[in-house]
Write a protein of this length. Structure first.
Length: 216
């Protein structure tokens, strides 16, 4: 029976992909790198920032990574003064799942500072039971952040479910031996996600309850 639910943030709970892509493009232009097309910038959402930049800009030097990191952070804080909205049904479904006694956690490519800022802005600082961010552990698809959450909440892989919108989320769950559910409305297409044999690939977040209540 599932007791621990682990959610990706951007592209799964939060409709922030376009904003992230815009800030990556702005930061690249500011530091003198060619801005990637929006669809390419969206593709790397979910990775830690260093891994994302190395993917977008092969051969990028560390000083450029540091400059991009600082520029991206400034642009994102500026554009995210009003936090990106949750996808339809997310807030209500999370409330229901919490009321049902599930442990709700987040595993994200965001920085700790970034996640804490958006949780505070949304008055959710105490809502989730736990979280892991890319800058405090290994980034996706390394399973370390999932393994740390399993240990923290004394949950077995069989008692856990990972929910995400990218191949990075699905591969991380596979690497940790955790059942997984994909959502089709995020960064990566359904055909890419289905290669990781999720229990389902959902078009609507609220349908997650149907999967969980089957006692995965």
């Amino acid at each position: 029976m599932v007791k621990l639910l682990i959610f990706d943030w951007d592209g799964t709970l939060c409709d922030s992909l376009s904003r992230i892509a815009l800030c990556i493009r702005c930061a690249a232009e500011e530091v003198g790198l060619p801005p990637p097309p929006e669809h390419e910038a969206r593709e790397i959402v979910g990775l830690g920032l260093v891994e994302a930049l190395e993917t977008l800009f092969p051969g990028i030097h560390m000083d450029q990574i540091l400059a991009m990191r600082d520029s991206y952070s400034r642009h994102f804080v500026e554009h995210d003064r009003e936090p990106s909205p949750f996808f339809k049904g997310v807030e209500e479904t999370l409330e229901q799942l919490k009321d049902q006694g599930y442990l709700l956690t987040v595993a994200t490519g965001k920085s700790r500072r970034g996640l804490d800022r958006v949780l505070k802005a949304r008055r959710l600082s105490d809502f989730f039971h736990g979280s892991r961010c890319a800058d405090e552990t290994a980034g996706k698809p390394n399973p370390l952040m999932l393994n740390e959450l399993l240990q923290e909440f004394k949950s077995s892989p069989e008692e856990t479910l990972m929910v995400g919108d990218t191949e990075f989320d699905m591969a991380m769950a596979v690497n940790a031996g955790i059942p997984r559910v994909a959502v089709s409305y995020g960064a990566h297409s359904s055909d890419r996600l289905l290669k990781y044999q999720p229990l389902a690939c959902l078009d609507n977040f609220e349908d997650i309850e149907k999967i969980i209540n089957k006692d995965v």
